[in-house]
Structures are given as C-alpha cells and as structure tokens.
Write a protein that binds this ligand. Structure first.
Ligand SMILES: *[C@@H]1O[C@H](CO)[C@@H](O)[C@H](O)[C@H]1NC(C)=O
Length: 366
C-alpha cells in the first residue's frame, strides 16, 4: 500500500501550515515534543534502526514518492520507535502487573500532527449539548442486564473497517451503531455505507473527512429515510458529491438518544441493549500504538478527556483478575490493537469514563 494520497499530494504544504497552526493554538498537545524530538544515537544504532525501518516498510507495503520523503519518514519512524521502545522497557519491570506493549503498527511513520489530522475527528463539544433526548434505558438497574456482553457473539457487529487517512471516524461510529440495532431488530447483519454519511450528512457539524458528530449523522439517517449498503455506496476515504438518490435505503432508524453524560452505569445499560456510539481521546501515543488484547488503562496507559475520536462500544465485561472493561470497535483496520478491537478499563473514573468515553455517548432508536 502506498502512503495515503493526502500525505504525498500537493496538500503537503497545507498540512505543514496546519501542523504549525495546531502547535500554536493548541495548549494540550503534549506529545508534539515527543514526535519532534531528535534522539541522538550512534552509527551502529542507526544501522539497526534502518534495518528495522526497511522491514517495517516491507511488512506494511509502504512506498514513498522520493528519497527525500523516505528520509523524512525515517526520522519520524525513528522517533516513534524510540518512544515505543522506552515505553515497553519501562513496562517490563520486575514485579507488579506489566503494562501491555506498544507496537510499531501502520501509524509508525506519521507524526503526531499528521495522525491527529488524518485519523481523529478533532471536534470537542461541551457535554452540556448531549442532553434532552430522553433515555429509554433509564428505568432499568444493573440487575436487569447481563454481567457481560459481546455483540460480536450475537452477530450484530460487521468486520472491522478502515477509515484510512480521512478524519470521518464519526461516520464509522454511527454506522456501526446502526448496523447493530438493524441486526438486533431484523436478525440480518448488513454492512452499511459510511460514504453516504461523508457525502450527504453535511450539516453544521459534519464536514466529511475533517470532522463530524454522530448525533448529526443519526439526524440525517432519520430524515433521509435510511442508510444504504456498503456494497451499493462503497467507501472512498474522501468526500464527494452526495449520490444517495436511487439507492435503496436498507436500514432505517426512528430517532436517536444520548446516554446521560458522565455516567458509566447508564452507558452500560445502553450497551447491554445495543452497540453505542461513543467519543473519546484517541490521540495519546499509548492508544495510537496499543497492541495486543490487554485492557487499555489497566496498566497505567495515559489519555485525557479531550474528545477527538469516535468509536463504538460493542460490549463490556470483567476479566479473570476482576478488571472491568468496555469492548470497543475502532475503524483503524484490523492491524490495530486486538484485530481492530480494544478493551478499555471501565469504572475507573468518577464521572467521565477513561479517556472521556462516557461523556458523549449516543445510540440510534429503531
Ligand atoms: C446514572 O444512571 C443510572 C441509570 O440511569 C441512574 O440510576 C443513576 O442515578 C445515574 N447516576 C447519576 C449520578 O446521575
């Protein structure tokens, strides 16, 4: 696979401008320093790093347009690899529960700014916005729902998708929630179209690959009469003109509701009944490079409550150590974390959810 078009295209200059702009305006970009840091190493280390880089490039089928770009990408890779190595070395200390390892996954040649620009939705909204729709699961208690649930086992989750270098995680999050309720109501699992949302759900907040919100996506699906299939309206990783007319709406919803914000009990009651769209901070390096099937957050992984990414909660449970977790479906392909899914620690904060995951949850009503 070649590098995503936005990286090698004419938009490179625009990207640099944006990156500089982000550095200037943002007061929470603690990781920029990490990505930019030059770690001095001896020539021997550099040779080993180059070999590691070549191996990584082959593994990921990565090619670049010229040697200057490759040289630049190598520096970024090196910086990320140093971060990952020192993180893993610190994790492997004697005694105590070791932290799950980070991996040089497909994001390893992207700077923090590029990653944030391509893969996150970058749209913080005040939690106060997410109220006032009613909450249909509010009259229930924890004794009314199963102790654990995995909607994959119930056939309500399509295979992990890949948003590629288009910041429309909001569309993937909303679609996964609609796919879920559609299967629960009809017993038919149908992969639905993110591209329809990217092209057609273009209201105040939804701007294709740049940013968006699931609630506005749900509103579009209600008013447009439904979503067509992935097959009929395939994903292109860029915004185009809306081509939904003449395509058959496969999944309809009547409405959507917010989960009362900052309440993991309420979130659990909702997830017990259907996959739920959630927002979280997906920008930490620990999250970006997370590998394996361990629970994110159970080993000291850091994140903030800035909501810049959207995913779908598809279950919850408790592991053999008694650690409670959420089961999350992401849209970064099956090479990320545990085949594209991740467990995140549950009930470890007082009112936000880890990484802010309980602050802006919503689900379609069908
Ligand atoms: C959280 O939600 C549950 C279920 O709706 C509710 O019973 C409880 O009172 C809520 N807690 C807070 C602090 O609002």
């Amino acid at each position: 696979m070649a590098l995503p078009p936005p990286i090698r295209s004419k938009r490179l200059r625009k990207l640099f401008t944006l990156a500089i702009f982000l550095v200037i305006v943002s007061c929470c970009c603690t990781h920029f320093a990490l990505a930019a840091r030059e770690v001095s190493t001896g020539a021997g280390h550099d040779k080993a790093m180059r070999e590691r880089y070549e191996k990584w490039m082959a593994e990921h089928g990565r090619t670049y347009m010229d040697s200057a770009e490759k040289a630049r990408r190598f520096q970024v890779f090196k910086s990320n690899a140093h971060f990952i190595d020192s993180y893993n070395a610190a994790a492997a200390g004697p005694g105590g529960k070791s932290r799950p390892g980070l991996t040089t996954n497909k994001f390893a040649d992207l700077t923090e700014a590029e990653f944030n620009n391509f893969y996150l939705r970058r749209r913080p909204r005040p939690p106060s916005v997410a109220v006032g729709t009613g909450f249909m699961y509010g009259n229930m208690g924890l004794s009314d729902v199963p102790a654990n649930i995995d909607w994959r086992e119930k056939g309500a989750v399509t295979p992990v998708k890949d948003q590629d270098s288009c910041g429309c995680c909001w569309a993937f999050s909303a679609v996964a929630a609609v796919e879920g309720i559609h299967q629960i109501r009809t017993k038919k699992l149908v992969s639905l179209s993110e591209q329809q949302l990217v092209d057609c759900s273009t209201g105040v907040n939804n701007r294709g690959c740049n940013l968006g919100d699931m609630d506005e996506a749900f509103r579009y699906i209600v008013h447009s009469g439904g979503l067509t299939t992935e097959e009929a309206y395939g994903y292109e990783a860029q915004q185009g003109t809306c081509r939904s007319s003449g395509k058959k709406a496969k999944a309809k919803i009547r409405n959507f509701q917010y989960v009362p914000p900052g309440n993991e009990t309420a979130l659990l009651l909702a997830v017990a009944h259907q996959p739920v769209s959630i927002a979280l901070d997906g920008s930490s390096n620990a999250f970006r490079f997370f590998g394996g099937s361990d629970i994110f957050g159970a080993g000291g992984q850091q994140c903030t409550t800035d909501l810049n990414h959207a995913v779908t909660a598809i279950g919850y449970g408790t592991d053999e150590d008694g650690t409670k977790y959420w089961l999350i479906k992401n849209s970064w392909g099956s090479g990320w974390a545990d085949q594209g899914y991740v467990k995140i620690a549950r009930d470890v904060t007082s009112n936000t959810g880890l990484c802010g995951l309980a602050m802006q949850a919503s689900y379609p009503v069908a």
